[in-house]
Ligand binder design. Sequence first.
Ligand SMILES: Nc1ncnc2c1ncn2[C@@H]1O[C@H](COP(=O)(O)OP(=O)(O)OP(=O)(O)O)[C@@H](O)[C@H]1O
Ligand SMILES: [Mg+2]
Length: 259
Amino acid sequence: MRKGRVIAVAGKGGTGKTAISALLIRSIIEARSDDGICILAVDADADSNLPDALGISYDKSVGDIREELLEAKQHDVMLDVRSRFEGKIAEIIEEADYFDLLVMGRPEGPGCYCPVNHILRMTIDTLAKNYDYVVIDCEAGLEHLSRRTTTDVDIMIVVVDTTLKSIKTALRLKRIADEIEVEVRRMFIIANKIPGGYAEPVKAEAKGYGIEIDDIIPFDQLVVDYDTKGKPVMDLPEDAPAVTAVKRIASRIINAQAL
Ligand SMILES: Nc1ncnc2c1ncn2[C@@H]1O[C@H](COP(=O)(O)OP(=O)(O)OP(=O)(O)O)[C@@H](O)[C@H]1O
Ligand SMILES: [Mg+2]
């Protein structure tokens, strides 16, 4: 049976979660494609950007089918939402080479969707078993963590940049992960977009707040250029500094013990 190791990429808005998620997926595939690996990429941001970063399109989000089913339930109270939900999720998964994509879309509209969120969480837990890795590009806020719409995670990558705000968000994430029932087995803190010569000052600044930076991704003009032109960061050249750094991080994650 596949292991379904769940990696969630979280952090303050704009720190680089989506770019890192895409490059992480690419690096894991490159490292493990000989093993016939399959990854589930989950875009958990309501403002879905991961499909663009991965260079694939999608038709419907989980939010769309949730709306459809809740609508249908109003006309048919006997509707078995759970089994319909599972079937529909299978239908909206986009397939690519070595990875599949699931887009969550809008988290909720008016009314209480709690039972549906519960079903969703269980569905992802079940789905995860079909994959070697699940990589979740989280939304910037911490809401879905505290609402517990995320499954338990093996590794939470918390992305910070040079700003103090992002370090404070990382601190809050750490606290929330401790408080709520989402089990985070390991946190990996990455400083992204770090200009030359800033690695040590950023590490020292973070340390002052009790945050130990595990790895650094340099500022990479190519990432900016690709994003400006709307080119998928997944297609960055092999020798781009961000690609090299994420490759190193991916191999640390693949080899991480005690998970
Ligand atoms: N290593 C890097 N070097 C230079 N620019 C980067 C790097 N990583 C990301 N960026 C740029 O930072 C911006 C934000 O990146 P990205 O969209 O991945 O962040 P995010 O955390 O997913 O944002 P959001 O919270 O809005 O979803 C983009 O313009 C991207 O091009
Ligand atoms: Mg994003």
